[in-house]
Design a protein around this ligand. Structure first.
Ligand SMILES: C[S@@+](CC[C@H](N)C(=O)[O-])C[C@H]1O[C@@H](n2cnc3c(N)ncnc32)[C@H](O)[C@@H]1O
Length: 297
């Protein structure tokens, strides 16, 4: 039996409809998302591993690409992890709210849509972390806000401006159901990257995708949440790489190919792939840029 959410907020059960099985894809756009690099990453992933760890999850492009049989996924952003948990445990309820948000939004003029965006952004900021409505709004704001950014002010409010997209898709019901299935054997954590990998053992694989070491002093796009990722965090991460390596854990890490990053990871194997970076404070320097990939195997 397949459940289909409808705009009138009723769940209708269609007997005899075949299950729609599709490959799950990231359900968010994410600044620094690795979707475009997967083809180049493919040759660099280990051939075999036991449990998969992704401590800087974001939209999870690598997790959805690898589809490991067992995984521990983490992000420091509580609202992001709450959204994954709601998809894991309450996909029907979440989908009903999303249908209603989308139907309302798509019936509006572009001026009304902009007003709706800011009204719902304020509502999002007033909701407690972990509420189902907040998770639906996170998905809505991600698709209607500017460029898939998740940025919060120092006081903790999500403050990304309106995105001005024509007919953004907002969500795909079949994909959310496929994501929910995929998350059934997954442990979701909401802690720092170091704590998130303490249980990794010999033969496990960790993919680290930390906020970038800044390309220049002005190009620091690391404020994913109200706590920035500092150079001290980058150094702690370099220490974590040594610790997991000593335990026989395989890791791959990606970061901007800067001299600082090359130096931070000088004890490990380094590869370069080409990425087009969409987020940069200087629009003239958008374009192809080298991404460093570091492995201990
Ligand atoms: C470059 S993004 C990851 C993008 C992801 N690979 C993708 O494909 O969408 C970095 C992520 O790290 C998270 N983050 C920042 N500081 C963190 C920390 N100290 N511990 C764990 N996660 C952190 C951010 O919330 C953000 O989602």
């Amino acid at each position: 039996m397949r459940k289909v959410g409808l705009p009138d907020q009723q769940l209708v059960m269609f007997e005899n409809l075949p299950e729609v099985r599709i490959k799950p894809e990231p359900f968010l756009k994410w600044a620094g998302g690795k979707g475009q690099l997967l083809t180049q990453f493919a040759a660099l992933f280990p051939k075999n591993f036991n449990c998969y760890f992704e401590p800087f999850l974001g939209s999870g492009a690598v997790f959805f690409h690898l589809r490991p049989h067992k995984a521990i996924l983490n992000d420091v952003n509580p609202s992001l992890i709450a959204a994954y948990r709601h998809i894991q445990t309450q996909p029907d309820e979440l989908i009903i709210i999303l249908y209603s948000l989308r139907q309302n939004y798509h019936s509006q003029s572009s001026q009304e849509q902009e007003r709706t965006y800011y009204r719902l952004r304020a509502r999002y900021n007033g909701l407690p972390s972990g509420s189902l409505e907040k998770s639906a709004l996170l998905i809505f704001l991600n698709k209607t806000g500017y460029n898939g950014l998740y940025r919060e002010s120092k006081k903790g409010g999500f403050n990304v401006p309106f995105g001005r997209y024509d007919n953004p898709s907002i969500f795909d019901e079949n994909n959310l159901r496929a994501v929910s299935q995929e998350l059934q054997n997954v442990t979701l954590l909401n802690t720092g990257f170091k704590e998130a990998v303490t249980t990794a053992q010999e033969g496990d694989f960790i993919y680290f995708d930390p906020p970038y070491v800044p390309l220049s002093k002005t190009a620091s796009f690391t404020s994913y949440t109200s706590q920035d990722f500092s150079l001290a965090d980058q150094l702690t991460l370099a220490g974590t790489l040594n610790e997991v390596t000593a335990r026989g854990v395989l890791f791959m890490l990606s970061n901007a190919a800067t001299d600082t990053a090359r130096d931070l990871y000088k004890n490990f194997n380094q590869h370069e792939v080409m990425a087009s970076r969409a987020i940069n404070s200087n629009p003239n320097s958008r374009g192809k840029i080298a991404e460093l990939v570091v492995t201990n195997y």
